[in-house]
Ligand binder design. Structure first.
Ligand code: DAH
Length: 339
């Protein structure tokens, strides 16, 4: 029995010594110390050993088991350490390597243009407000003097949610919301997204942005409109900028006009940028129609006002001399990086 145990121990230690991986060592553990292992088999054979011999044999078995366990554990620890060290050698960090560059994004050209416009009007004491994109026909058309059968509804075809609820075609709807609140005077701009059922091309998109302006107080005249918008143009495009008002028609203003600015590329001489005109159209404006005031509960005998609407994309395109509006929406990083 003693020789048998010696033999088992010698064989186990030999196998441990020749193991070159942790799972091999585990195999040795299972084969010798496990439930079906060799030492367990010896213990099971104890019933054949004479009763007085049993304690001695038992002790011998335990000693053998402890010895194998000790060597096994030691070898496992050594092997784990070696594996760890090899891994650490492989993963050395070269602290002298240049760091990976952190790509910080920045504002979109349309956002830069919007913030510039907001800055100018806030400087003149205006409040920045917002209105809903999903709008009732009443706010987008009816209350702006565009009744059901008005031809202006054709020019501003949009996306209808129901017969009465639609995606707004103009930020002018925000004027009505502000007037209905009944807090006078009003001095506001309302930037936001608008929608029209237009095909995409270099100057059109089914979704774009406008900035609406509205001033209502006692004694507001066309002179206030002209002075304010001329100052806006000078701040946006430079001190030298001249403005020109051409008569136009909008249902919600009377009189109405479109404002042109002198071409800031050629100073008004005429160039490719202004298509030889010397002038660039920039916005629509006018004196708020008395009927529009009345519909929103403002007495046109006491109050008057002016309004204007600017296309945000148009400003961004002009400011940065971009010739295709689609570039503003495609989010091509090579384009956006330039601003
Ligand atoms: N809402 C007009 C449009 O989309 C622009 C406009 C013109 C707004 C004149 C105004 C205004 O407030 O007075 O074409």
């Amino acid at each position: 029995m003693k020789e048998k145990l010696e033999q088992i121990k010698a064989e186990a230690l030999r196998q441990i010594a020749s193991s070159d991986a942790l799972d091999k060592l585990n195999e040795v553990r299972v084969n010798y110390l496990g439930k079906k292992g060799e030492l367990t088999a010896v213990l099971k054979g104890m019933k054949d050993v004479a009763a007085e011999e049993r304690p001695k044999v038992g002790q011998l078995v335990n000693e053998t088991r402890e010895e194998i366990e000790r060597v096994l554990e030691e070898t496992v620890r050594k092997m784990e350490k070696a594996v760890r060290e090899a891994k650490m050698k492989q993963e050395v960090i070269d602290v002298t390597l240049p760091a990976r560059k952190n790509n910080v994004g920045h504002r979109h050209p349309s956002t830069i243009a919007l913030e510039e416009v907001e800055r100018i009007f806030i400087g003149m004491g205006y409040e920045v407000v917002e209105g809903p994109e999903v709008e009732k026909d009443y706010y987008n058309f009816e209350a702006l003097n565009i009744p059901a059968d008005h031809p202006a509804k054709d020019e501003q075809d949009t996306f209808y949610i129901t017969g009465d609820i639609l995606l707004r075609t103009q930020t002018s709807s925000t004027q009505v919301h502000e007037m209905e609140k009944g807090h006078l005077p009003i001095r506001m701009i309302a930037p936001g997204r608008v929608f029209r059922s237009d095909e995409v091309d270099a100057t059109h998109s089914p979704s774009f942005h406008q900035i609406e302006g509205l001033v209502i107080d006692r004694n507001i005249t066309l002179a206030d409109l002209k002075g304010t918008l001329a100052e806006f143009a000078r701040e946006l495009f430079g001190e030298e900028t001249k403005v020109k008002f051409r008569p136009h028609h909008f249902p919600f203003t009377e009189p109405s006009a479109e404002m042109d600015v002198s071409c800031f590329k050629c100073g008004g001489k005429g160039c490719r940028f202004c298509k030889g005109e010397g002038w660039i159209e920039i916005l629509g404006c006018g004196m708020v129609h008395p009927h529009v005031l009345e519909m929103s509960g403002i007495d046109p005998e006491k109050y008057s006002g002016f309004a204007f609407g600017v296309g945000l994309e148009r400003i961004a395109l002009l400011k940065y001399e971009i010739d295709d509006m689609r570039l503003l929406y495609e989010n091509d990083i090579r384009f956006l990086k330039q601003f």
